[in-house]
Design a protein around this ligand. Structure first.
Ligand code: HEM
Length: 398
């Protein structure tokens, strides 16, 4: 970092766990104190953009700000990801291969499975009258759908789930060796699945792995490594995020009877509720970027090699964009411009799938377990880095 500081220094370590909503409290206070901060809690340090308009401008300035750094908290994570690590034209070409599998029409085809698997999982716990919502439901559900998306048996979730959990936890703690260990197991599993599909290809218009095996970029087929990395990247991007969103949504609904009743009375409000929940509780609180060429974002000068924090968690709760941002308000103006899924070329590949998954759970859960509460005295701890509730103990009458 060659330049003199142009703004206050933040000492907040956002990789640390806190009580529930603790990270939002810090981010909200910081955004209102000053427009930009330099955070000194990592070896390299990073510039924090926190207002909605600045964060959006950062996402859109994708020539100067690239994903050579994906998270400001661990700028050199060491694990290659696709398409995340690509930029510019290369990135566009890669996204073109996989986009259609995540487009609204493809996601719609997954709806019957999303409903039936959701119902099965709820029925497993309904008669118990209580559950750890995170461990017993919220992580199992997206894992099963991810396996189905890759054409793999949903029953593999039993051993696959702990591998993916362990790998992500190591990554979020900056434990590269641990992450590599779990990654090797997962890649080996994908490898066998990909080889099976090479022998028995399906319709490449409908099967993602067959498509990856047959795809070419500028006449060159994707390498085996690239195919495996793509499967891994979709897993890492899609499972923890959906689980975490479900945790915050159900923690909210368990504590706000009037919002829950509204969804029970009118399931037609579900899609709009999902969007407002995703805005209100952004769990990917930041996207990291590395500065490739000198640039400026609304008065903040950035130099090559600087690391930038695009503060999704601050932007989505910026009162300049969303008045009374801490409130759950259906149909707010500008809601469809929230940044929970990012913006610009790296905007979330799986956002339509995420929306479907969240909406299906809201609908099917409330049909079967309309009223529930958080178990008295149960701790509500929020992981740092990429937010999630470690546990959510719910109980209901049976
Ligand atoms: C509520 C759930 C989700 C949230 C909040 C979320 C959030 C995000 C955000 C903020 C980004 C942009 C990161 C950046 O610009 O650096 C992103 C990218 C991505 N997401 Fe999601 N995501 C969710 C669910 C999913 C799901 C279900 C999948 C797939 C199964 C998925 C796959 C991806 C992929 C592959 C990327 C990288 C796109 C690229 O670099 O071109 N996400 N997500």
């Amino acid at each position: 970092m060659a330049q003199p500081l142009q703004c206050p220094v933040s000492h907040n370590d956002y990789s640390r766990a806190s009580e529930i909503y603790g990270h939002y409290a810090l981010l909200d206070a910081e955004r209102e104190r000053d427009r930009f901060h330099f955070n000194d809690t990592t070896e390299h340090g990073f510039w924090m953009l926190t207002r909605y308009e600045d964060v959006l401008a950062g996402f859109q300035n994708s020539t100067a700000l690239t994903t050579d750094v994906r998270t400001a908290l661990f700028p050199k994570s060491g694990i290659p990801l696709l398409p995340q690590d690509l930029n510019g034209e290369e990135h566009q070409k890669f996204r073109k291969i996989i986009n259609r599998f995540f487009a609204p029409a493809a996601v719609k085809r997954m709806a019957p499975l999303a409903h039936s698997r959701c119902i099965e999982l709820i029925e497993e716990i309904r008669d118990h009258g209580h559950c750890n919502f995170v461990a017993e439901f919220a992580i199992r559900y997206p894992t099963d759908l991810f396996l189905a998306l890759l054409g793999l048996p949903v029953s593999d979730g039993e051993f696959f789930l702990p591998w993916s959990e362990n790998m992500l936890n190591c990554m979020l703690q900056g434990d590269v060796d641990g992450a590599n260990l779990w990654q090797a197991k997962i890649l080996d599993y994908f490898d066998r699945a990909v080889e099976e599909r090479r022998t028995n290809p399906l319709d490449p218009a409908e099967d993602l792995v067959t498509r990856l095996l047959q795809a070419e970029i500028d006449g060159v087929p994707l390498s085996k490594d690239d195919i495996l990395t793509t499967c891994l990247s979709i897993m890492l991007a899609g499972l923890d995020t959906t689980r975490s969103a479900l945790g915050y949504i159900f923690a909210h609904l368990a504590q706000h009877d009037e919002d829950r009743q509204m969804l029970i009375d009118d399931p037609g409000l579900t899609a709009s509720a999902v969007e407002e929940f995703v805005r209100l509780y952004p769990l990917v609180i930041q996207a990291g970027r590395e500065v490739k060429e000198s640039t400026e974002v609304h008065g903040l000068d950035l130099a090559p090699d600087d690391v930038v924090w695009l503060g999704i968690g601050s932007a989505n709760r910026d009162p300049r964009m969303y008045p009374e941002p801490e409130k759950f308000v259906l149909g707010r103006p500008g809601l469809n411009q929230h940044l929970a899924f990012g913006a610009g070329p790296h905007r979330c590949l799986g956002m339509h799938l995420a929306r479907l998954e969240l909406a299906v759970v809201l609908e099917e859960w409330h049909k079967r377990i309309p009223h529930y509460r958080i178990k008295s005295g149960a701790p509500l701890v929020e992981r740092g880095s990429q937010l999630t509730l470690e546990n959510l103990e719910l109980e209901w009458e049976v």
